[in-house]
Every structure is written in C-alpha cells, then in structure tokens.
Design a protein around this ligand. Structure first.
Ligand code: G4P
Ligand code: MN
Length: 183
C-alpha cells in the first residue's frame, strides 16, 4: 500500500487522533480508575472499523472527534477548518447542545434519531454500544442502579429510532438490551 492517496488517508486519521488526544487531555471517564477519556472516541472508531466493517474515512474521523465540541473547548469552526465540511457536518449532528437541560438533550436525541444522516447514525450507534459495554464493565462513580437502567432505556429509545442502519451494530446492541431485560 503505497502512494499519495494512501498517505493522505493515514495522515487524516492520525491528525484526528492527535487533535482529539490534545483536546481531551485533561478529561477522564467517570469510572473509579479514571480511565483517560480519549479511550472512548478511539474505542468508538475501533468498533466501526473492526466490528461494523466501516471504511468511510469521514465516519471514522467524526467518530474520533465526536465528543470534542460537546466536552472540550473545541468549536465547530475549528473542526471545519481542520477536517472539512463533511466531517464537521457529522460532528454537528452527534453533538448535544450543552446549553439545554439534561432532559431536553435526551429528548432531542430520541426525537432526532430517525432523521439524522446515515453517517451520523453509524457514529451514534457505535457511541451507544461503547458506553453500554462500559456500563457492563463497571459503574461510573456516583451512578445508582436507576441511573444505569435509565441510560440503557434512553439508549434503546435512540437506537430503536435508527433501525435499518447497520445490521452488525444493531444486533450487538439488541443482545445487550436482552441481557438487560429490555426486550
Ligand atoms: N458508560 C460510561 N459513560 C461514561 C463514562 N465516563 C463518561 N461517560 C459519558 O457519560 C455520558 C452518559 O452519561 P449521562 O449521565 O447520560 O450524560 P451526561 O454526561 O450528559 O450527564 C456519555 O456521553 P456521550 O458519549 O456523549 O453519550 P450520550 O450522552 O450521547 O449517550 C458517556 O460517554 C463511564 O465511565 N462509563
Ligand atoms: Mn461519546
């Protein structure tokens, strides 16, 4: 695998990993071990390439960047300047408006699930799959059983609205919902 095009693709991916790593550098996951937050976006991209067999560059870039605007000082403008309009548009679609209440943000995700683009749906499905697996692994500090159950129910409402997007991701999510007695 040689050549200019291959080099550009690899460069684009490493640029995203580097950007996200710098942006999330002071952030940790909510688990007791305080796992570096960057494990999550990289893990979401990994689910898409390794499990869902996705090779669309913009989707993988958006997965790597998907929480930078929501959770750090990154602006949409920066994403557009560094990574272009297509990646920017996907990141916009998967970013919650933090000026809204927690309840409003959740309601909007459920409401907008079906109408989002195919590429945004892929990122969102992998995001939820990662977070649900994380909840199976360990409970975030301060989360009650109700909070965990609530996140499972909320996720199901979002991903049910995305049916027909990707068989592999949907089957894996459904297995988790069954384990959690949601179906
Ligand atoms: N399961 C799990 N989640 C953690 C952990 N640390 C951070 N998170 C993040 O917490 C978010 C889910 O928690 P909530 O209580 O529902 O949301 P909040 O962050 O808005 O308060 C997810 O955000 P998100 O990725 O933006 O997804 P979503 O809010 O769009 O579902 C997830 O990535 C952890 O250790 N385990
Ligand atoms: Mn996320």
């Amino acid at each position: 695998m040689e050549g200019l095009v291959t080099h550009q693709i690899i460069q684009n991916l490493v640029k995203c990993v580097n950007f996200a790593t710098i942006k999330h550098k002071d952030q940790r996951r909510k688990d007791a071990e305080k796992t570096p937050y960057i494990n999550h976006p990289i893990g979401v991209a990994y689910i898409l390439t390794e499990e869902a067999n996705i090779s669309d560059l913009a989707v993988i870039q958006a997965a790597l960047l998907h929480d930078t605007v929501e959770d750090t000082n990154t602006t949409f403008e920066e994403i557009k300047n560094h990574f272009g309009k297509e990646v920017h548009d996907i990141v916009v679609e998967v970013t919650d408006d933090k000026s809204l209440s927690w309840r409003q943000r959740r309601d909007l995700q459920i409401k907008n699930a079906g109408s989002s683009s195919y590429k945004a749906k892929l990122v969102k499905l992998a995001d939820k799959l990662y977070n649900l697996r994380d909840l199976q692994r360990t409970t975030p500090v301060g989360w009650t059983k109700e909070h965990v159950d609530d996140y499972f129910q909320f996720s199901k409402q979002v991903t049910d609205g995305m049916k027909g997007t990707n068989v592999i991701l949907e089957e894996k999510l459904n297995k988790l919902y069954k384990l959690w007695n949601l179906v």
